[in-house]
Structure formats: structure tokens, C-alpha cells
Design a protein around this ligand. Structure first.
Ligand code: UDP
Length: 337
């Protein structure tokens, strides 16, 4: 029997490519739909690539019918909190119109199951210091979070009206790289903490600017929940295979339930690199909540999902190995020195 084909928008990107690998290992056939604006052709290793804009409903419809797609995982979108504060227009356009186009193409082709790439940014600044639950208030404080929450709500309405089934996975901080070294994080420009801290630990690397040291946390630095990308990828496969999705739409947190501050990350990177990152403390970045840590118990209960990478040092070791990997500078990141 032929493998079920899954359209993966943004499948040439960081979390998307790891999810394609996990899909393939689970017996699915991923078909990547990506415009390669941020993704890398060299990261499309487990199935065909259809090049296209995620806001182009016609092209998506054709990709779904040509490839006899049975489910969609929608990653394609813009992901930088900081940039979203300066270019909200782009975030509303790509992230909201992208979801609208995917939903329209799914209706036209009768594809009934959607896994959506969402984010902890939908919670905004939590009112308590406890672990975030899916039922907590949704009050994004940046256009990135706003646009992702709008996507979730549009999907939920389509589930109610048209019988679509969908899971929105709210990622905390995706990190690390494929343990076999085939793929990893390669944003250009890079804005995320762990790869920038690794750069700052390399001889001659660019120093890291830490965005604020005066947050109301135990050491004054921002706290995040860093979760390995392969664990995130596996959760998508589990969500796709759920027997029945409650009320047509469910949202689930994906994190480890453990926070680490920026300085704790810097120390762990230093230990993994054998040399401390050079950094200075600068002003806060607009749109950064002080603490975001998941309560992942819903994903555990519904998906039987538990992170296999359960400590920060091991997660960071996979990111450092990837940075030292020959593929990092070659086929994945053509503009790298
Ligand atoms: N951060 C930092 N300097 C950087 C990039 C990030 O201090 O150059 C901090 C940021 O303020 C946040 C944490 O690192 O507290 C994680 O940020 P990142 O952009 O990696 O992910 P986000 O939490 O925004 O999704």
C-alpha cells in the first residue's frame, strides 16, 4: 500500500525539515511546499519539493490534488518576535493569509486534517509565574503572537463549520539539531539565542547581546523552555495519527516544563563548546515576556508524548555538533562563509 502523503508547508525550514524526517521514519510520505525564502533546498531530503508561496491558494490546491494529499502540516510563516514589532504588516500578511490559503485549498480538495505550527507567544505575558496551560488567557504582546492566535482561531472556526480536524501545537523554544547530523538550525539572518551564543563562543565569532538583565526572574534574565526539535517533530506525527480530535480542534503545548534563563543557556553553551561565549548586556527587546514555561501534560495525555531530550546540556550539545558539521556551511546555508 502506498504511504499516506502529507503536505508540509515550510518543510524546508528548521522544524519543518525535522518533521519530514520523523514523518518518513513513521511510514508517511512528506511532500514539501516551500518558497525557499527562509528554508533550504538541501534540507528537503525525504520527498519532493513544490516551490510556492503559502498565500497562493490556487498553487496549494494544485499541490494537494496532484500529490493526492491526505493531511497537512502547516509551518510556513514568519517567526521572529523582534522583527514582528517593526514589520507587523508582513506578519499579518504571511501568517494570517497563509492559513486562509491553506484552509481554502484543503476545502477544495477535501483534505480533512491539519496540524498547525503555533507558539507560546499566544499567551503573552503570563499573569502567574506557574507553568502555562492551554486554558490560560491568550493575550499576545507582539504581532507574531497575534498573527499565530488569529491563525488558530480561523482554523477552529473552520473545524466547527466544515468538520475539519486540527491540532495546533504551541511550541516553546525549539532548539538543537538532528542527532544524526543530517539537518539543523540555519536561519539567515539568525536571531535565536542558542545559535547566536554558539557563534559567540567560536574564535573570532560575533559577541552576543543579551536583551536585558532586569526582568522579575531569579537572576534577572529572561526564562524560556528549550525543547529539542526532534521531540517537536515527533509530536506532529503523533498528532497526525490521533484517532479522534476533540471538538474538531485542540491546542497543545510542547515544552519540557523546565525553564532556563539566558545566562544558564550561555553557561551550557560554554560547557559544550569548551569556551565561554563573549557577551554583553544590552537593552530589553520589545515584545519579550520575562518567563514562558510550558505545562506539557495535555500533550502527554492526548499524544502519549514525552520529550526524549530531557536536559538542556544534551540539547545544546546537538546544536554545537551541528554548527561543527560540514553540512552547516555547505548545502544548507549557501551564504555562509
Ligand atoms: N535573546 C538574547 N539575545 C539574542 C537573542 C535572544 O538575549 O541575541 C533572548 C531573548 O530575549 C529571549 C531568549 O533569548 O529571552 C530566547 O529568544 P529567542 O529569540 O531565541 O526565542 P523566542 O523566545 O523569542 O522565541
Amino acid at each position: 500500500m502506498a504511504a499516506d502523503r502529507i503536505l508540509v508547508t515550510g518543510g524546508a525550514g528548521y522544524i519543518g525539515s525535522h518533521t519530514c524526517k520523523a514523518l518518513s521514519q513513521a511510514g508517511y510520505q512528506p511532500v514539501v511546499y516551500d518558497d525557499l525564502s527562509n528554508g533550504h533546498e538541501g534540507a528537503v531530503l525525504w520527498g519532493p519539493l513544490v516551490q510556492g508561496d503559502v498565500r497562493d491558494a490556487e498553487r496549494l490546491t494544485k499541490a494537494m490534488s496532484d500529490n493526492r494529499i491526505v493531511g497537512v502540516i502547516h509551518f510556513a510563516g514568519l517567526i521572529e518576535v523582534g522583527r514582528s514589532m517593526h514589520r507587523p504588516d508582513l506578519y499579518w500578511d504571511h501568517n494570517v493569509n497563509g492559513v486562509a490559503a491553506v484552509l481554502s485549498a484543503m476545502r477544495h480538495t477535501g483534505v480533512g486534517r491539519l496540524i498547525f505550527s503555533s507558539t507560546a507567544a499566544v499567551y503573552g505575558t503570563p499573569s502567574t509565574s506557574g507553568l502555562l496551560q492551554e486554558t490560560d488567557p491568550l493575550n499576545p504582546i507582539n504581532p507574531y503572537g497575534d498573527s499565530k492566535l488569529a491563525g488558530e482561531r480561523m482554523i477552529a472556526a473552520h473545524c466547527a463549520a466544515f468538520g475539519l480536524e486540527s491540532v495546533a501545537l504551541r511550541y516553546f523554544n525549539a532548539s538543537g539539531a538532528d542527532a544524526e547530523g543530517q539537518i539543523g538550525e540555519a536561519h539567515n539572518p539568525e536571531t535565536h539565542l542558542i545559535p547566536l551564543a554558539i557563534e559567540a563562543a567560536l574564535a573570532g565569532g560575533r559577541p552576543l547581546t543579551v536583551f536585558g538583565d532586569d526582568f522579575a526572574t531569579s537572576d534577572g534574565f529572561c526564562v524560556r523552555d528549550y525543547i529539542h526539535v526532534a521531540d517537536l517533530a515527533r509530536a506532529h506525527v503523533l498528532a497526525l495519527g490521533l484517532d479522534r480530535i476533540d471538538r474538531g480542534f485542540e491546542a497543545m503545548n510542547l515544552g519540557r516544563g523546565v525553564g532556563a534563563s539566558v545566562v544558564e543557556v550561555i553557561k551550557a553553551v560554554g560547557a559544550a563548546c569548551g569556551r565561554p561565549p563573549v557577551y554583553e548586556v544590552g537593552p530589553r527587546r520589545a515584545g519579550d515576556p520575562p518567563v514562558l514555561v510550558a505545562d506539557p501534560s495535555r500533550a502527554a495525555a492526548r499524544l502519549g508524548w514525552r520529550p526524549e531530550f530531557d536536559d538542556l546540556q544534551t540539547i545544546i550539545a546537538t546544536a554545537v555538533a551541528w554548527r561543527r558539521n560540514r553540512r552547516f556551511g555547505a548545502s544548507i546555508l549557501p551564504n555562509a562563509a
